[in-house]
Design a protein around this ligand. Sequence first.
Ligand code: PEP
Ligand code: MN
Length: 389
Amino acid sequence: MLTAPTGSRHTTRPAAQQPSWIDPVTLHRVIDDLEKQPPLVEPREVDRLHEMLGRAATGRALLLQGGHCAETFGEQALDEVENNVRTLGRMGRAFSHETGLPVVPVGRMAGQYAKPRSRPTETRGEVELPSYRGDAVNGAEFNERDRTPDPWRMRTVYDQSAAALERIPDGMCHVSHEALLLDYENALVRIDPETGRRYSGSGHMLWIGERTRQLDGAHVEFAAGVDNPIGVKVGPSATAEQLLGLIELLDPERRPGRLTFIIRMGAERITDTFPELVERVASSGSPALWVCDPMHGNTRTAANGLKTRWISEIAAEIHTFVRIHRALGTHPGGLHLELTGSRVTECVGGFEPITSEALGNHYTSACDPRLNRDQSLELARLSADMWSR
Ligand code: PEP
Ligand code: MN
């Protein structure tokens, strides 16, 4: 049996982006309860993904990571899981067919319920309330009851993730999410008695967001303490020193597949620092896997006020990402996308283009705009073409 380590919830490091839970008694009751649950994912599945990502890191495979920006609770969301897995699968086959490389599909799903926010509160008119931090923390509706952080939601995350995992046929894909909410993540760390190694039981792969990757912060400390594959989002302000520091902390043994840098610079800014980052990391001897998140650096507000992204800019960032790797002789290791298998109108463009005027027609994202199914498949084909050239 996998056991929960004791004392796992204590850290002296600053933890950015955590909710202010109101009631510590309830919080600890929920944590105690989570610590007694079986892990959602097993160490051997985690190790298997580690090995597959190792192949991607050494140029023999590609990572295709994708799913919602923010998952939500409820039965309908579970149906969407199946849709998303099918879409990822189709994208992977298109990619693999064109590039001749095996594709490792990893869902942003079965755990992607907590969101970092640019502001801790949101004001509408005279009313100021806590920002929506994802279904793991509070409700999206703008009223005091919904927006008050409720620790029991972490228990629902566990149940909803378990239900989502049941909808993913065995072996179809591994699952990943941002390891943001440390009360939840710490409560799901388990020690494998066979090996004595510590694993996160909350998902196969975890990533650290752009806003929580501080070298002296609690998120990096948490990730350093588990054996799962770890991703780190890397935005335009990242320096080579920061990446080398992350490598020291997260992958001191330089194991291929352990560490993935998820680049999210934006189509314009990717040429500024990215070539230097790749060169410095590669010459340090790190086998880190590089993947491109062409979504988060290309978010815009449309005239009607909706957050959107243009397929043309998404494609442009991917193109530059691949081109820079080719010029340096390093491996463009894959993509990290926000997408859905349903017919939403959240991103602008595509073969049968969604116009910025049509964005409001079917805009259902709980957070950032996602590619719809057709846009996802088109982008997979377009990207595969960039990889094969
Ligand atoms: C995200 O992936 O939804 C996200 C918030 O990304 P980033 O940390 O790169 O901003
Ligand atoms: Mn997002």
